[in-house]
Design a protein around this ligand. Structure first.
Ligand code: GRG
Length: 296
C-alpha cells in the first residue's frame, strides 16, 4: 500500500535527484554512474517526502524545499551504500538490485557514498542561496546535518549496532541504536522542513518529537517485515547459530508484542503534532499511518 501523496512526491523527487547529479560538472563518468545507480534505484523516498510534507503542513513553499529534500536522500543513499559493504553488512542485493559494490567495485562504492555525502552538504548551501533562505537558517541546517548524520547521530547508531552484533542487548539499548541510526535522519528531514517554512520553537520541538516516534515506529515495522519474511528468526536466542542474529523488536519482545509496541509508538508520535496553531498536521498524520501499513 502506498499513499498517493508519497507516490506523487517521490516521482518529483526522482526527477530532481537525476537533475542534481547530471548538473554536477567535472564528475568522472564511472563515479557519476555509480552515484546515480544507487540514488535512482527505487527507494521509497520517505525522508525527502517528510521534508516536503512538513513545509506543506506549515503552509510554506514546497518548490523551495526540493534541494533540501534531495540532499537528505543523498545522505540516506550514501549510508545504504556503505552499510552494504563487505566490511559492514556484506549484502549483495538492495531494493532487488545488485548492491553498489557488487555492480561496480568496493572502491567505487566507497567513493560514490563519500561523493553523495559531500555533495549533499554542497546542495544544502546552494539551495539556501538560490531560495534566499537567511544565512543563519542555512548555517543551522548545515550544522544540524553534521549533528544528525554524523558521529553524534546516524554514524554513532551504526557503531553501536556493529558493536551489538551477536550480543544480547536490552530494549533500551536497542531503542537508543534506532533513535540514532534511523530516528536522527528522519528528525533532520522534518526539522529542515520546519526551518524552510519558518516554524516557531515550540512547533519545531513538537515536530522533532514526532520525528523520533516516527523513526522508532519505522524501525519496528522494518524488523517486523523482516521477520514475517523469515519466521525462523523468531524465538531463537541471539547468536545461537551460525547465522548472525541481531537483536530486534520481534526477537526481544515476540511478534505480537512488537506489533502492539508499534501501534502505541505511532499513536504517541501523532499526538506530538496536535494543537500547534501554525501547523496543519493531516498529511504528516497520514504518512505516519502509512509507515505502519507499508509492506516494504
Ligand atoms: C553510515 C555506514 C553508515 C550507516 C548508517 C542508515 C544506516 C546507518 C544503515 C542502513 C541500514 C539500515 C537498515 C538502517 C536502518 C534505517 C533503515 C530502515 C533504512 C532503510 O530505509 P528505507 O526503508 O530504504 O527508507 P529505501 O530503500 O526505501 O530508501
Amino acid at each position: 500500500m502506498t499513499l498517493d501523496y508519497i507516490k506523487e512526491k517521490a516521482k518529483q523527487i526522482d526527477e530532481k535527484l537525476e537533475q542534481v547529479i547530471d548538473q554536477l560538472a567535472g564528475v568522472p563518468v564511472l563515479l557519476r554512474e555509480s552515484m546515480k545507480y544507487s540514488l535512482l534505484a527505487g527507494g521509497k523516498r520517505i525522508r525527502p517526502v517528510l521534508v516536503l510534507a512538513t513545509v506543506e503542513a506549515l503552509n510554506g513553499d514546497t518548490e523551495k524545499a526540493f534541494p533540501f529534500a534531495c540532499a537528505i536522500e543523498m545522505i540516506h543513499t550514501y549510508s545504504l551504500i556503505h552499510d552494504d559493504l563487505p566490511s559492514m553488512d556484506n549484502d549483495d542485493y538492495r531494493r532487488g538490485k545488485l548492491t553498489n559494490h557488487k555492480k561496480f567495485s568496493e572502491g567505487t562504492a566507497i567513493l560514490a557514498g563519500d561523493a553523495l555525502l559531500t555533495e549533499a552538504f554542497g546542495l544544502i548551501a546552494k539551495g539556501a542561496k538560490e531560495t534566499q533562505l537567511s544565512a543563519a537558517i542555512a548555517l543551522t541546517m548545515i550544522e544540524e546535518g553534521a549533528r544528525f548524520a554524523g558521529a553524534r547521530g546516524m554514524i554513532a547508531g551504526q557503531v553501536y549496532d556493529l558493536q551489538s552484533e551477536n550480543q544480547k542487548i536490552s530494549l533500551s539499548e536497542l531503542e537508543n541504536i534506532h533513535r540514532l541510526k534511523t530516528g536522527d535522519l528522519m528528525v533532520y528531514a522534518i526539522r529542515m522542513g520546519a526551518y524552510i517554512a519558518g516554524a516557531n520553537q515550540s512547533t519545531l520541538q513538537g515536530l522533532t518529537e514526532f520525528g523520533y516516534g516516527l523513526g522508532l515506529a519505522f524501525q519496528i515495522q522494518d524488523d517486523i517485515l523482516d521477520v514475517i519474511g523469515d519466521q525462523s528468526k523468531l524465538g531463537k536466542p541471539v547468536g545461537s547459530d551460525q547465522e548472525n542474529h541481531k537483536s530486534t523488536y520481534p526477537v526481544l519482545l515476540g511478534l505480537e508484542e512488537a506489533k502492539q509496541k508499534l501501534s502505541l509508538c505511532i499513536k504517541e508520535a501523532k499526538e506530538k503534532i496536535i494543537g500547534f496553531p501554525e501547523l496543519k498536521p493531516q498529511r504528516l498524520l497520514e504518512i505516519a499511518d502509512y509507515l505502519i501499513l507499508r509492506d516494504r
